[in-house]
Design a protein around this ligand. Sequence first.
Ligand code: HEM
Length: 466
Amino acid sequence: MSFLLNASLIQVYPGPKPLPFIGNLHQIPKSNHTATFTKWASRYGEVIYMKVISREYIILNSASAAVELLEKRGSLYGSRPQTIMAAELVGRSKAFTLIPYGQRYRMYRKYLRNAISTNSLSEHWAYLEDQSANLLEALLRNPDGFREHIRRSVGAVALRLSYGFQHEDGIDHYINLADELAQITREALEPGRWLVDSLPWLRYVPSWFPGAHFKKWAYWARVRCDEFTNAPFEAAKSNLSNDSTVFSFTSRALQMLEQDGNEPSSEGQDIIKYVSASIYAGGTDTTSSLISTFFLMMACYPEVQRKAQAEIDQITGRSRLPLASDEERLPYLSCVIKELHRIHPTVPLVPRTAEHDDEYRGYRIPKQAYILVNVWAMAHDPTVYPDPNRFNPDRFVSGKDSQPQMDPREISFGLGRRRCPGINLANTVSFLYISRILAMFDILKPLDESGLEYTPEVDFTLEHTS
Ligand code: HEM
């Protein structure tokens, strides 16, 4: 009996045919992994297995498989893969997004939960409303630079909430660093890109050795990531003695840890440092990407834009801007935001790992496998979202004979124990920015060389990995 059970667990999920020794290395694309994995999903099914030399991968393509594994068996799937490149060589093993599940990780979540719970976030509404008004002004001055304005504005929010920085504090340097960090994280975690992740002994190769370019890249990336984590934290700490310091997560957390006038322990400070960095790392790239998608969709779907504007005008009477507290009174706009999360999930592939060997529907999920949750495939699954490539916010409205389709934020913010802790902040910022842009502006299609409008081609880069 025991033999039969083990034999059935040996079965691996279907996937592309491997070659001896290298496995599926030759089939992993250099870019646009999500598109390839999504194509494989229609061929091999909701769960795919692949191997790169010794490293095993499981790609989850369906929401039902992701819910079963990441939510119902959450304790087994609460960690991230500890890759040699990202965790060890680039040194990201203590970063919030990559740290293994455990005591320190739980402290991170506790601190962040306190900082951006619904209650503590409402303290920042007035600031967020001011900041969104600055964005509107920048858009009015230079509408063509909309992507840059969004990036700066969202970055400024993250830096203010995490460190108390204001515009005068030279925030551009930190916003550029945040972009660099996002790019480094993407590259360091790219499936199949680094041979050292499949052949761990390569990490001992000296950087001068021919072909060891990866060591030089890792060293450069490590220096940038350390600056990203340390520099704003140290600046915020030294600002603490300054009376004009703005209240922030860092200042509040450091003050809470201070006991009898003594400095917080170095471990306590280290935890706060990583949590502060996570607000700025986790919130900048993702939220700006969502708002950039909004511009593209409004240009492509003017009828949706008009409907959302009419709803906003009805509650503001065109005499004021929408406020954070108006959200519940704008149900159609809420559907537009859901549809933005679905049409272009900003984190299309979420990395996880399994603590132990597991079995799902008769197939084996190996311990320490690199699990890729293919959020993109789930958000474009035609059995859940009919006509998935059409931007259609009405799919979330219940009709006479139809139920609303699943809220894509159930998956676009991840699932289970590591689900995004910044959801409240992301929802408030995206609601405020989007509602105010629609209240003030019409987003038009671009003009071609002869001055005629054309509908932009929708071609997303599916590369973000949180
Ligand atoms: C549109 C906006 C955002 C989207 C779509 C998004 C999406 C995600 C996703 C998919 C994950 C991985 C979750 C998982 O493994 O299940 C994640 C993790 C994370 N996000 Fe967000 N996020 C957004 C905004 C933010 C903001 C504003 C913050 C600021 C606090 C933030 C902080 C984090 C952190 C710290 C993690 C790591 C959590 C962990 O590993 O436990 N995110 N996010």
